[in-house]
Design a protein around this ligand. Structure first.
Ligand code: SF4
Length: 347
């Protein structure tokens, strides 16, 4: 019989398993806390569980184990970027960012990505597999253990497209949210998508109060198709319809991410077109001077054009901020560290 991944069991499933092996049901809660609040990687660390029960667990089950391979720390702002290995030795990245409102961890949801956004290093090595819910949650537990610091906010903006791994991502949000585990409130969780329209509708009905971020990056379908292949599947108007429905059902404001690319989408006309698209929506725009990746096609917009772009949006009552560039002295753009690691392993 194959061993069970114990981190993937819900509390109810864990209770059923504990009863099946003739142990008292209350042990399930103790074990659940060890796995989802403390994040132990060995049954022997479960110090309030009898040795005989730990032996049974070890025989039937295994623990999702994440290990930090390398860590880079920015000398400028303390941002830390981690390369993490999974049970099958696949590698992913997580980034710890320090804000005045607390530590935020950017987590990966897939090993690689199939979405093909032109400005992104995560997609360059293709797609390997989806992460399990416990591997997404495990990034938070692993980094908390590694740094001995508490993480209070989580953003699903690392490697992978969260809504392309829908079931595991939704399960992971519920895990992270669970008061018996990490207990991070849904309002402290943001999920970023390149715009998989049917799953935006689905997410709206999950009764999860997380913040949704949409990677928009262009104001016409033609330009968006050049930057993001997903635009061949869904038009901007279909995407915005889904966003309006999300706002209607959840009452939550949507954040639109707009990566400013030099000479591509950073003109005054682009800013005015964005105003027209978002007028009347409860929205916030986050401008991101695009991260230049090795052999990437795009250059970062100038500081002046970023400022002009922001001023136009703000003057038209669209709340707009420029994302602070964190970790600019390390490989902070999503997927760059993993890409380097894979290239090194190959040769
Ligand atoms: S930006 Fe996100 S969705 Fe696009 S390729 Fe990168 S990881 Fe995938």
């Amino acid at each position: 019989m194959d061993k069970i991944n114990i981190n993937e069991l819900t509390l109810e499933e864990l209770e059923n398993y504990i009863e099946r092996i003739d142990e008292k049901k209350f042990h399930a809660k103790q074990i659940y806390k060890w796995l989802h609040r403390i994040g132990v990687v060995s049954f022997y660390d479960m110090t309030d569980i009898s040795k005989s029960l730990r032996e049974k667990l070890k025989k039937d089950t295994y623990i999702t184990k994440l290990e930090v391979i390398t860590c880079q720390k920015s000398q400028k702002d303390g941002t830390m970027k981690f390369l993490i290995s999974l049970n099958d030795n696949a590698a992913i990245e997580s980034v710890l960012m320090r804000y005045h409102h607390g530590n935020t961890l950017c987590v990966s949801t897939q090993v690689g990505c199939k979405m093909g956004c032109k400005f992104c290093a995560s997609t360059k090595e293709g797609f390997e597999r989806n992460l399990l819910a416990s591997e997404i949650e495990g990034q938070i537990l692993t980094i908390q253990r590694y740094t001995n610091e508490k993480i209070s906010n989580v953003v699903y903006m690392g490697i992978g497209e969260p809504l392309d791994n829908y079931d595991n991502v939704v399960k992971s949000i519920r895990l992270i949210n669970n008061p018996l585990g990490l207990g991070i409130g849904a309002r402290h969780i943001s999920l970023s998508t390149c715009g998989i329209v049917p799953n935006i509708y689905k997410l709206a009905n999950e009764n999860i109060q997380c913040t949704l971020s949409i990677s928009l990056h262009a104001t016409t379908d033609e330009k968006r198709r050049e930057i993001m292949p997903i635009a061949n599947r869904y038009t901007i108007s279909e995407l915005l319809e889904a966003c309006k429905e999300y706002i209607k059902i959840t009452g939550r404001r949507i954040s639109f991410e707009y990566a400013l690319i030099y000479g591509k989408n950073d003109s005054r006309e682009d800013a005015l077109a964005l105003v027209k698209l978002l007028r009347g929506m409860i929205a916030h725009v986050n401008l991101i001077p695009v991260n230049e990746i090795k052999n990437g096609a795009y250059k970062k917009a100038t500081e002046k054009s970023v400022e002009n772009f922001m001023n136009i949006l703000n003057s038209c009552s669209i709340v707009t901020t420029v994302r602070r560039e964190l970790g600019s002295d390390i490989d902070a753009a999503c997927g760059q560290l993993r890409k380097k690691y894979i290239e090194k392993e190959k040769y």
